[in-house]
Design a protein around this ligand. Structure first.
Ligand code: SF4
Length: 98
């Protein structure tokens, strides 16, 4: 039987306006990264409520940036990622094009 792989943690996210951001960290259960043209965080959302689970640190559940050197099979294999403004408000800053 296959065992579950560990997903990369979101080590830091500086996007304070996101509902999942508490104090420079992301508390969503898992995030999805990747647009056609850049490494956008698709979990980013601006809402008046605080989301996520305080006791948890978010992990990368899926990533569509197949051209990133950390990506294999549309999954992230980086040790950890950082999220912040780049092309957009909330992007994966660990993205490294092949
Ligand atoms: S490091 Fe690369 S593979 Fe991992 S989430 Fe960021 S863009 Fe995707």
């Amino acid at each position: 039987m296959a065992t579950a792989m560990e997903m990369p943690p979101v080590q830091e996210c500086v996007v304070a306006t996101c509902a999942y951001n508490h104090t420079g960290d992301c508390h969503a259960f898992a995030i999805t990264i990747g647009s056609a043209d850049h490494a956008h965080c698709h979990t980013f959302v601006e809402m008046p409520v605080r989301g996520g689970v305080e006791a948890m640190t978010a992990q990368v559940g899926a990533c569509k940036r197949a051209d990133c050197r950390h990506n294999s099979g549309l999954e992230c294999h980086a040790p950890a990622i950082r999220v912040g403004p780049d092309n957009d408000m909330a992007d994966c800053l660990t993205y490294d094009g092949r």
